[in-house]
Design a binder for this molecule. Structure first.
Ligand code: GLV
Length: 326
């Protein structure tokens, strides 16, 4: 039997599925430290993981490894150059999380715009004395301009929600999406500078790459409207968190909603002293049905890539399919 590592705790029935095909080493606890992860990968043919860094060093120490299956759509934890060099397939879990993640992005944007977390903290702290005409004034969402940075599958799902809110949709992306999608979403392609300037509510939904580190920094925040909100459901590192903390404190922008952070889970603790930000612990795809779908898809990818199951040799979501041809 081939050997696989399941590096993170996942649904027990999905681990049972894997046991039908493989000898499984399942980590039931905290994420494995880099050395321990490398040690447990050393004799494996494949691994199912979630965000664990797959580095050149890990790959050098794992000569039998054929596939790493990420239970996430983003795969910036993979050193793709090293994967290609070692002929190791990477897979991810796109599509199944689009709607849950877009729902959550919408919720964060709404919470930031309407100061839901901030006012709830006020109430819980026993500070609610009287009604006041100017208590927790927020920014309207209905009829406002939604800015989407990164118009992939999740960006499009977000833009679709904007129709019910009578919003104008503007977006920026590496490349323009097809005209029929622009027409369906009633979305206007604009430069990044225009997106920052015009958006009432800017949502980040782009993949993390070395090039877009700090793509939203002090200068970009300064070019936004003082009434604008910023929501990040993409990846930590796309935003310069220290610059965002400054901008929120100075009211350069009105508010932010963040599900992802630089260095998470060790995020910048200064955020905790900033009232106009809603903070969640990277849970945008976290509904029971979506996480189940992601876990099962990650298992499907692993099983198929290791030549087993109904799709043997033809995993549904190869990131670097070139290595399958070698
Ligand atoms: C979650 O962050 C994912 O990439 O699926």
């Amino acid at each position: 039997m081939k050997k696989v590592l399941v590096a993170r705790p996942i649904f027990p029935d999905v681990i049972e599925r894997l046991r039908q095909y493989f000898e499984v080493d399942a980590n039931p606890g905290a994420p494995l430290a880099a050395d321990e992860f490398a040690r447990r990968m050393a004799d494996r043919d494949g691994a199912l993981l979630a965000g664990d860094p797959v580095t050149a060093k890990v790959l050098e120490g794992a000569p039998n490894l054929k596939v790493v299956s990420n239970m996430a759509v983003g795969y910036n934890n993979f050193d793709m150059q090293a994967l290609n060099a070692h002929g190791v397939l990477g897979t991810n879990t796109p599509d199944v999380l689009n709607e849950s993640t877009a729902d959550f992005g919408w919720a964060l944007m709404m919470a930031a715009a309407r100061r839901i977390a901030e006012s709830e903290h006020f109430l819980r702290a026993g500070k609610w004395g009287t009604w006041s005409y100017d208590a927790f004034l927020g920014t309207d969402v209905y009829g406002a301009t939604l800015g989407v940075l990164g118009m992939g599958r999740i960006g499009q799902a977000l833009a679709r929600r904007a129709r019910g809110f009578n919003m104008r949709v503007i977006y920026h992306n590496r490349s323009r999406v097809a005209p029929e999608i622009e027409a369906e979403l009633n979305a206007e392609y604009v430069s990044k500078a225009d997106l920052l300037k015009r958006a009432d509510h800017l949502v980040l939904v782009l993949p993390y790459t070395a090039e877009n580190r700090h793509t939203i920094g002090a200068a970009e925040l300064a070019s936004m409207q003082p009434t604008a909100t910023l929501t990040n459901i993409a990846r930590g590192g796309i935003v310069d968190d220290a610059a965002l903390i400054q901008a929120l404190r100075n009211k350069t922008i009105a508010a932010a909603g963040l599900d992802v952070f630089e260095g998470e889970p060790n995020f910048n603790r200064d955020f905790l002293t900033v009232p106009n930000v809603v903070l969640t612990p990277h849970i945008a795809s976290a509904t029971e049905s979506t996480r189940r779908a992601m876990a099962n898809l990650a298992a499907d990818n692993l099983i198929a890539a290791l030549g087993e199951g109904p799709r043997a040799g033809n995993p549904p979501n190869p990131i670097n399919p070139e290595v399958l041809k070698k």
